[in-house]
Design a protein around this ligand. Structure first.
Ligand code: UDP
Length: 384
């Protein structure tokens, strides 16, 4: 592995002149939020310690090289943003390739393009023009009266029942472990619906994969900053004026009001003795009869046609229980209310900042995490 842990030179007993504490910030979690905050604070002259319970940096964007291929160890991460400052920011630490995510949906052997666009509509209904596709959807969405109140209604209202049944319903139920009628509508609005022949999964102008992997990018962000891996957070263990906590907010408060729900993932990674397994980076298996939600073939993120082997990962979604890695917050009404209780507690605490997907219990994309970390850092560093 290529992880280097730099030590920051200490003076005397390690204290900073003018500060009674050894560190200005103890940053819990070496994922994107923690790394960006640490970078900004360090550049502003603050002394930071980053700790992470895992044995690597990067959080869930971590990539590891296997057979010369950058493997996305915690699921596929495609960087995409429409926030110019975020794009400029990340480009200080890496270069991005021209990868565009164009996943294929596999429903019992039938292949469809994603996201939902003219290619999908043609494959589903044999329609050839936007007008034909629109009228097909119009016909099918009539069953939904009023504003959609859950994911099922939202999906039918966006793309009609046929696409809902084959490409959304079972996949979503596998992914979230609950019926689409019990899931919030916003989850499906993450996906574009287009009346153009355009398979780009994202609408954002800036997209790509960091050349050489995400780990190298985060390593660069953390350059010159003290990082301790395999290190659990224990309140009061390190002398720091303030804590930036990016772990689960309910865990921080010892599950005082109960556990927030998350979805967890299980990955089965295999090295195959073949050049090309599925011809695309991501294939979603949208029917119930296949237990995994998707297969990722990592070499396609970096257009590595020259290697004899390939690495694939089958991704299974599962309920989260204490001790598992949390991946997705379940932002339904019940959990959202519980989160609000924790948030109120957090607001009463001084000297701690909660951030990131787990700290803020939000279904954040990478760019939004970075934008938020930059904003929090700016506010924080201005006020001290
Ligand atoms: N989705 C679906 N079928 C697919 C892909 C996605 O129904 O083939 C739905 C599913 O409900 C999922 C949501 O769209 O939770 C958002 O998908 P996205 O790809 O944004 O999820 P992520 O990348 O965060 O795993």
């Amino acid at each position: 592995m290529r992880i280097s842990i730099q030590s920051y030179p200490m003076h005397g007993n390690g204290m900073r002149i003018g500060s009674t504490k050894q560190y200005d910030y103890l940053i819990v979690g070496a994922g994107l939020f923690g790394a960006v905050f640490a970078r900004e604070a360090t550049d502003a002259g603050k002394r930071c310690l980053v700790i992470d319970r895992r044995n690597h940096i990067g959080g869930n964007v971590y990539t590891e090289e296997i057979e010369g291929i950058q493997v996305h160890k915690y699921g596929p991460h495609i960087f995409h943003t429409d926030i110019e400052v975020v794009w400029e920011y990340v480009n200080q630490f890496t270069h991005f390739n021209h990868f565009r995510y164009e996943p294929i949906a596999n429903y019992k052997g039938e292949l469809y393009n994603l996201p939902f666009n003219m290619n999908t509509f043609h494959q589903m209904w044999g329609v050839n023009t936007p007008e034909e596709a629109q009228s097909k959807i119009e016909e099918q969405r009539r069953e939904i009266k009023g504003t959609p109140i859950n994911l099922e209604e939202q999906a039918i209202s966006l793309v009609g029942r046929d696409i809902y049944e084959k490409l959304i319903k079972e996949y979503t139920e596998k992914q979230w472990g609950r019926p689409c009628t019990e899931l919030p509508a916003f989850i499906i609005r993450r996906l574009p619906v287009r009346f153009r022949f355009d398979n780009n999964y994202f609408n954002h102008p800036y997209q790509g994969i960091p050349i050489g992997g995400y780990t190298a990018m985060v390593e660069k962000m953390l350059e010159g900053i003290e990082v301790r891996l395999n290190t659990e957070y224990r309140a009061g263990e390190y002398e720091a004026s303030k804590v930036v906590y990016t772990g689960p907010i309910d865990a921080y408060f010892d599950y005082r009001f109960g556990e927030l729900e998350y979805r967890s993932l299980r990955f089965e990674t295999e090295v195959l003795d073949m050049v090309n397994y599925q011809g695309c980076a991501g294939m979603n298996f949208t029917s119930h009869d296949i237990a995994y939600t998707r297969i990722v073939e990592h070499k396609h993120f970096e257009f590595q046609d020259g290697t004899d082997k390939t690495v694939i990962t089958k991704e299974y979604s599962q309920d989260w229980k204490k001790g598992d890695e949390p991946y997705y917050p379940v932002n339904d009404e019940k959990n959202q209310k519980l989160f609000e209780q924790y948030k109120a507690l957090a607001e009463d605490e001084c000297n701690i900042i909660f951030g990131g997907r787990l700290g803020e219990y939000r279904y954040y994309d990478m760019d939004k995490v970075i934008a938020r970390a930059l904003e929090v850092a700016r506010e924080e560093l201005q006020s001290v």
